[in-house]
Design a protein around this ligand. Structure first.
Ligand code: ADP
Ligand code: MG
Length: 312
């Protein structure tokens, strides 16, 4: 079996996965988020005043089916990253539930959560800060894997690098030897290596040059088609989610105020906040941005700089 076919077979949802906390019927949705609330208590401003509380999430609910992609958009401070951290079980909610493959993530014992983590991985915004500069790509990419025989580990690295358009020889290099777009490919390879069912990507192209954004977006689009991975794709940029997502949820002040297909939202947004977001999208000033806007949900993003950073 070739590497891609092997990863593909490994990425198929396992319907017999009788994990702890398993509930029959989970196949209805891969991910269910129920009434998620997160409050942050800030330091007191004075001895007598109560600590101010930030209501980062005020009751967020949604479902995501296997292999689908949901975009989360909203202005800065609307709670998108908080939602991502809670879905990833990196932080506990004040109340509410996150259920993945029938398992209530925030109720799982530590060891089971560690195992469950293989089913969901994250790609962060900053491809510079999120890779340890002292580690070789091989080490970085295998970090989420359980202990495996050396040969299998090497094989998995080669498959993951191949899937993101990098070379097997790149495994021995350090992050500083790569450009921003290539680093984000390394981060995506790390997310892929466990053959997850869900990837949460928080502003994954915001730190990249417009000229390479399209290539990274196309890569994620291809991976979704190839491996059937579901994406929760967070962006402040409507043009990005328009291209990549089956559906978009609009967040404002810790709540989802509207959800729909990108086409519907762009044409007939019902909520005034959605309208305001759409109106705030910068009109084509740069060729890359125009290409994104023209992309549409099902087409590939046209890269206006084909020679830069093309996958090797
Ligand atoms: P977004 O990703 O949409 O920009 P965030 O989820 O980062 O929004 O933030 C939502 C709100 O929660 C903001 O008001 C932010 O200041 C606050 N917030 C986020 N994380 C923390 C934290 N660890 N401590 C205190 N406040 C936080
Ligand atoms: Mg954020």
């Amino acid at each position: 079996m070739n590497p891609v076919a092997r990863m593909k077979s490994g990425a198929l949802p396992s319907q017999t996965d009788a994990a702890p906390g398993f509930h029959p019927g989970y196949e209805e949705a891969l991910l269910t988020v129920t009434d998620l609330v997160k409050h942050y208590r800030l330091p007191r401003e004075s001895l007598l005043s109560p600590p101010p509380i930030v209501h980062a999430l005020q009751g967020v609910s949604f479902t995501l089916e296997a292999g689908r992609s949901l975009g989360i958009v909203g202005e800065s401070g609307s709670g998108k990253s908080t939602l991502a951290r809670l879905v990833m079980a990196l932080e506990a909610p004040t109340s509410g539930r996150v259920t993945l493959l029938g398992r209530d993530l925030h109720a799982l014992p530590h060891r089971e959560l560690r195992e469950a983590r293989r089913d969901f991985q994250m790609v962060f915004q900053d491809p510079y800060g999120s890779l340890d500069p002292r580690q070789r790509v091989q080490q970085i990419v295998t970090e989420p894997l359980p202990p495996l025989p050396v040969r299998e580990r090497r094989q998995r690295v080669a498959e993951a690098l191949d899937a993101v358009g990098l070379r097997p020889a790149d495994a021995d290099k350090y992050p500083h030897e790569f450009s921003g777009g290539q680093r984000q490919r390394i981060a995506i390879a790390r997310a892929l290596i466990t053959r997850p069912k869900l990837i949460v990507a928080d502003e994954p192209v915001s730190a990249l040059d417009v000229s390479v954004q399209a290539q990274v977006l196309n890569l994620m689009q291809d991976l979704r088609a190839e491996f059937g991975i579901a994406f929760l794709f967070i962006s402040h940029d409507l043009a990005v989610v328009d291209h990549l997502c089956d559906e978009v949820a609009v967040m404002q002040a810790g709540r989802i105020v509207e959800r729909g297909t990108p086409e519907r939202l762009f044409r007939h947004a019902e909520h005034p906040y959605t309208r305001a977001l759409i109106d705030a999208v910068p009109q084509p000033g740069t060729p890359g941005r125009r290409a994104l806007r023209a992309g549409g949900a099902s087409s590939r993003v046209a890269s206006t700089f084909p020679d830069q950073e093309s996958p090797r």
